[in-house]
Design a protein around this ligand. Structure first.
Ligand code: GLA
Length: 385
């Protein structure tokens, strides 16, 4: 449910004891349909931007600071605008905002003193990219209408996260938050940084299911996977010096030569190369309205994450295995960085109610937790709310 602009303006005024009329910006979360961890390997990804978004109300202030309040953490943080360039991370939510501010300063954009009220609907730690939503909402709010190329905006958000926050992420989340489009999924080529919009079949609903398991392991395991993919590239480069990333490796070539790659990097590479191919195949299946094939690709992608990339967890596997037994479910897979968060499911519209009831009951009986369900409709990228 969109955070009503009037409501955020009132909250802004109360919080900062201000009579200013702030501008309200939004940037969406995303759910990735297929192509997981392929972005930093320069392959394809296939997310949709969500209606669930991060909202920021912003207005100039006279206190010399960038002052920001988070409704969700009920915390305020501030920094003198003259200190932004030399700011260091503090391992708190405000790093996302100050990291973006620092990148803007580096890109030559002065940050004027201001107050920012942040309210996000994107659940944290759920694999729906609450961090990129916060970064990109911060960037558009701080830019305040100043022109900035869209691809550069996505790259700036990614730099803030990898360099300031310290999570060596790919470009997918920030890109989806910038380029999201109502009514279509985004097939992003993470090497050229171009994209095409792909309309999804109208006779299917995309439902994300939150396991409520937070991906605590996230950053360290993510870093490990990045390194293992680089080891695979190094081994494959011995066979073909033209190989610079796993994107350059065709699946049939890999299948022929995989024994020359050490075991762990080999499994990681097998996931990346096959999931990049599955993005292409899913886009084709979506264009043909082939829901059975889309579902098959979802499950194949999940198994590849489960066994080869090893980024799933018990609760998520339980959600996937239970979902695909429910009539009317075409496919199910984990979405996002891994180790918890959400699954994404392709469900026939008439089966959605049963799907929710049955999956909820099964998960509850097993883990004594009620999963949250989100109906995912492709929405627009960042801008004024
Ligand atoms: C996180 C990262 C993305 C991407 C996904 C996995 O969301 O931020 O760049 O690598 O994990 O697909």
């Amino acid at each position: 449910m969109a955070f009503v602009s009037g409501e955020i303006v009132d909250r802004f005024r109360k919080q900062f004891q201000s009579a200013a009329t702030p501008l309200v910006y939004r940037a969406p979360g995303r759910v990735n349909l297929i192509g997981e961890h392929t972005d930093y390997n320069l392959g394809y990804v296939f997310p949709i931007a969500l209606e669930m978004a991060c909202y920021i109300a912003i207005a100039p202030a006279a206190h010399g600071k960038l002052r920001v309040y988070s409704r969700d953490f009920d915390k305020e943080a501030s920094i003198a605008v003259t200190d932004i360039a030399s700011a260091k991370p503090t391992k708190q939510w405000s790093d996302y905002v100050f990291g973006v501010a620092q990148e803007l300063v580096k890109a030559g954009f002065a940050i004027e003193p201001c107050d920012m009220f942040v309210a996000s609907e994107v659940p944290t730690g759920s694999g729906l990219s609450s961090s990129a939503a916060l970064e990109i909402a911060s960037a558009v709010a701080l830019l305040g209408g100043r022109a900035f190329p869209k691809v550069e905006l996505a790259k700036l958000g990614q730099r803030a996260e990898s360099q300031f926050v310290g999570m060596p992420c790919g470009i997918m989340d920030q890109y989806a938050a910038v380029f999201g489009h109502a009514g279509a999924a985004l097939k992003i080529d993470c090497r050229s940084l171009g994209h095409e919009y792909v309309e999804l079949p109208s006779n299917v609903r995309i439902i994300a299911v939150n396991s409520l398991v937070k991906h605590e392991l996230g950053t360290s395991a993510y870093r490990e996977r990045v390194a293992e993919c680089q080891q695979a590239v190094a081994a494959l480069k011995e066979l073909d010096p033209k190989i610079e990333s796993l994107r350059d490796v065709a699946l049939d070539f890999f299948e022929r030569v995989q024994d020359s790659v050490p075991m762990v990097p080999r499994r990681r590479a097998r996931h990346i190369i096959s999931d990049t191919q599955r993005v292409v195949d899913l886009a084709t299946a979506a264009r043909k309205n082939d829901l059975a094939e889309m579902g098959r690709l979802f499950v194949a992608s999940h198994r590849s994450m489960q066994y080869d990339y090893q980024i799933s967890c018990e609760e998520i596997d339980f959600l996937v295995d239970s979902a695909i037994k429910i009539p009317g479910v075409y496919g199910s897979r984990m979405t996002g960085g891994g180790f918890g968060g959400c699954t994404v499911n392709l469900v026939a519209p008439e089966a959605v109610d049963t799907f929710r009831q049955q999956l909820s009951a099964l998960y509850n009986a097993r883990y004594q937790k009620t999963p949250a369900f989100y109906d995912c409709l492709p929405a627009e990228g960042a801008g004024l709310a």
